[in-house]
Design a protein around this ligand. Structure first.
Ligand code: NAD
Length: 379
């Protein structure tokens, strides 16, 4: 992403500076509302917070701790990710806009209480326009530390008023969306008798396997980690195991659930795919970011692809519930809403002959335009 297309984000060199512009009515081609550079020499904090939109409410999105090669790489990532959160939160029906933060550094080497607390003070300085949470390289325990400096953080542990591990409702949300896919494709939302391939049985994948077995599905799994496979086999001896995601994609499955890393669907995977439905938790499943025609190729091949950021929204639904004082049943009820939203996306895609990815974007933009209005001052 070129900086030139985002004039409002031109970075300043002064520490802790903010570039800010008054947002207009929501227009997806607009850039970000606010980008904040955060430096703290004492702790080594070097972070960027990007608020893409507050049209539906405070911008919500996780904090990624990653060793970006350059500050420009970090900026490109945070701009892309924060925009994605606007769409994700809108589709999930939350009263939240989209934001994201990146901490530049190696979390294994650079993470410290001082750094996280310095970062928490920057989040606090935004007065609630940005609410943070976990992402790659940050964990529930880190959110508890950040919480010592700001109330605008979710994804905390239960002893600190949080909801704990967000994989719980992420997995439930994927199951819910999968049932909607089944209803759309096969006319019934039951998964009984369907064969589901789960690639990646970490936190989300393993919980999903349990849900699927309970729903009467046959489950085939793969994972690069023998430990992850052993754990799932110990808990669910009935699952079958295949060696590698490529083998899983080429096997006779009805539903493919990518639950590992991004980029699970590339040109060769899409051509080899035998499943009728793709529905899994992994972020950024399309290797071309949805812009190189993979979503359209899936459509041509008659494969129903449920957009990743829609079906994995159970996690953000779970953590955002913390703002009201976490109640699992209420959050779970909200996550059940992913059934209707997934069905609406798939139906619109079918009616208009467009990919579900495109239909999902349209629905998100419609909701933002219908009920949203940018807010400069919150709470
Ligand atoms: P995790 O790290 O606990 O599990 C990922 C698993 O995938 C690991 O067991 C790993 O060994 C395996 N894996 C890695 N590369 C693989 C490959 N090439 N083939 C097969 N397996 C492979 O992560 P998680 O929390 O379960 O998240 C899984 C995915 O879902 C990620 O993409 C994450 O961004 C996304 N997601 C997670 C949540 C959440 O609440 N945890 C929410 C939204 C999205």
């Amino acid at each position: 992403m070129s900086l030139l297309t985002h004039p409002e984000t031109s970075p300043s060199t002064s520490p802790g500076s903010t570039s800010f512009r008054v947002p207009g009515p929501f227009d997806p081609s607009h850039g970000h509302e606010q980008v904040v550079y955060c430096y703290d020499a004492a702790s080594g904090l070097n972070a960027i917070i990007a608020i893409h939109s507050t049209a539906l409410g405070p911008a919500l999105g996780g904090t990624r701790f990653y060793p970006y090669p350059t500050e420009d790489d970090a900026l490109a990532d945070v701009l892309r990710l924060s925009r994605g959160m606007t769409y994700k939160n809108a589709l999930a029906g939350l009263d939240h806009g989209g934001g994201k933060a990146v901490l530049i550094g190696d979390p294994a080497r650079d993470k410290s209480e001082a750094l996280l607390r310095a970062y928490g003070r920057f989040v606090e300085s935004l007065g609630g326009r940005y609410v943070t949470a976990c992402d790659v390289g940050t964990y529930v325990a880190d959110m508890d530390v950040i919480h010592r400096e700001t109330s605008h953080v979710v994804g905390r542990s239960d002893v600190h008023g949080g909801s704990g591990d967000s994989s719980v409702l992420t997995a439930f949300g994927v199951l819910t969306a999968m049932r909607a896919c089944a209803a759309h494709v096969w006319g019934s939302d039951t998964l009984r008798g369907r064969t589901v391939g789960v690639a990646g049985v970490g936190k989300v994948g393993r919980l999903l396997v349990g849900h699927l077995l309970e729903a009467g599905a046959d489950v085939v799994v793969t994972d690069v980690s023998p430990t992850a496979i052993d754990r799932v086999r110990a808990q669910h001896p009935e699952v079958r195991v295949v060696d590698g995601a490529d083998a899983l994609v080429r096997s006779a499955i009805d539903i493919y659930a990518p639950c590992a890393l991004g980029g699970a669907l590339d040109r060769s995977t899409v051509e080899a795919m035998r499943a009728t439905v793709v529905c899994g938790s992994a972020n950024n499943q399309l290797a071309d970011d949805g812009e190189g025609g993979l979503a359209e190729r899936l459509l041509e091949r008659g494969i129903t692809y449920a957009p990743d950021y829609l079906v994995n929204a159970g996690g953000v639904i779970q953590v955002s519930d913390e703002e009201e004082g976490f109640v699992l049943e209420r959050a779970r009820h909200r996550a059940e809403g992913l059934f209707d939203t997934t069905l609406a996306v798939l139906r619109r895609a079918a009616e208009q002959g467009i990919s579900p990815a495109r239909a999902a974007s349209h629905l998100a933009e419609e909701r933002i335009t219908a009920v949203g209005s940018p807010r400069l001052y919150l709470r």
